[in-house]
Every structure is written in C-alpha cells, then in structure tokens.
Design a protein around this ligand. Sequence first.
Ligand code: 5GP
Length: 307
Amino acid sequence: MSSREEVNLERTHSFLWSKKKWTGIPIMSANMDTLGTPAMHRALSKYNLITCPAKHHLKKNLDKFKRGKSNVCWFGGIDDISKLSKTSSGFIGLDVANGYTIKFVDAVKKLREKCPKATIAAGNVVTADMTQELILAGADIVKVGIGPGSVCTTRIKTGIGYPQLSAVIECADAAHGLNAHIIADGGCVSSGDIVKAFAGGADFVMIGGMLAGHDECDGTLENGVMKFYGMASESAMTRHDNHNAYRGVEGKTVEVEYRGKADETIKDILSGIRSACTYVGANRLKTLSKCTTFVRVNNTHNTVFER
Ligand code: 5GP
C-alpha cells in the first residue's frame, strides 16, 4: 500500500446467535468506573468505537448512553440479568472475574433464553474449551483475559493468570471454529499491543488504562494526575460499598498523568494500527491476522537485567 489512508479499520461482524450485524472499529473501553462515562461514550462514538458503561449506570443512567446505541455494550454480573435484559442496546454481556463455574454457564444460558435476539458477550476465560462452552451456552462473543489488566493484582495475589497473547490466539481459534467472536480484554499499554491482539485473532480489543487520565473520565484532577482503579480494588469496593469477609482485593489504585482530551489518544491509537497495517500489507483490519506472524523470542536476558 502506498498510504495509511488506504487502510480500513472498520469491521463488519455477524453474530452467531443474535444473527445481528455490527459495523465499526472494534475497540472498546473497559466497563470500569472511571472510564465508562457518557462523555467517554461521546468521544468514542465519534470514531465508531464501542463504550462499555460502568455498571453503576445500569441503575439509572441508561438514557445517557442511548445515542449511537449500537456502539454500547452493557456488562453486568450474574445478579444483573434482568437489568441487562431491559437495556435494549447494541450488546449486552455477563462479566465475572472467573468464568469457570457452572453457575456462570447457567447464567449465560438464562440470559440467552431471556434475550434470544441480543448480541451477548460473556467472560472472562482464557482457554479454548471454556470459550466453546460459553458459546454453546449462548454467547456470541467471549471475553478473554485473566490477570493481564494494568490495575489487576490477580497474578500477584493468587498466582492465577494466563499469558494474554497465548490466550487470545487459542480462544480466537476456538471461537472462530464455531463462527463466534472474542474480545481480547486487558494488557494493552500501547497501540502496538492492540495490533498484536488483532493479529492474534481478536475480533474486538478492550482497553482500560490506555483511556485513563482524560477529561472524559470520572474523577478529579489533582496535581496533574487522576486516579484510576481496578473494579476489584479497595477504591471500587469502598465506592460501591461491597466489602465482605471472604472477597479479597484483586485490583489496585494508581495515579495516571493527566492526558487532556481522549480524542488525541484515540487518533494516536488508530494511526498506530493503520501504520501496522501498512507494514504488513493489510488494507483492512480484517486481513491483519492473515498478514502477520509471531516469532518466539528468548527474553531470558531481559528478565535477568530487570531483576
Ligand atoms: P487494561 O486495559 O487496563 O490493561 O485492562 C482492563 C481490564 O482489566 C478490564 O477490562 C478488566 O477485565 C480488568 N480489570 C479491571 N479492574 C480489575 C481489577 O480490579 N482486578 C482484576 N483482576 N482485573 C481488573
């Protein structure tokens, strides 16, 4: 290709169960308190990106995300099924830290029964077999990622996790074999990481930390920094008053440098992906994974030096 302008970043996905079609740039903001705001929705909608509103908006702010509703994905937990079924938005999803329970699979089945025509996302999981199980239970899209998030402490606290790129490659293969889709959720710190997720087969990429610190975020700006916290952090538990005796903290609160309007960051991300497509000769995002390959590298030296 002679120019980045020739690259088409939009994709059209047809969903297995809902039978609906969606066209847009398949990048979504994480359904986290500070990011899933109406202002972020406006900023992302301008470029046809998807917003996943923070769950607390499910209670009373559905209307604030009505514009461009096909680019909204409401996530909730197992107890939110009836609220989710009333959103009538583009996508709905069930989102738990650990998608490996019978209770969760049953919840996906229940949501599918309640909303036969909805495009349903479910996660998080990191393996091919569970991806298939969730799809067979009624998910159109499986959300992939355990442990990679920028404010996630699961790997440290519990020793549980899975390398994100491997998870994306394995789960995408499994989902695509059934004509379903995946979201690569977490672990992207640059546009290059988003490129790698798409190249590994992700149909959507969800980003959290990359969108933190902007005017559109919920939070105050103090001394040039804004707070950003995990949904399983002490900050989130305090805000939503859901401490209990057995649930541990698996997220942290960080201070992110203020970065102004999200618009500049979004443009920067999109230009990085466009540029990657020109490097590998993909004139559409759709062909990026076919035009790329991964090379295993031995990073022992880095590990030694970093210590
Ligand atoms: P990021 O793009 O910031 O690397 O990752 C965002 C993702 O991190 C979210 O979409 C979600 O899956 C995950 N996440 C958000 N908050 C927490 C948390 O408190 N604990 C854990 N384990 N993961 C979190």
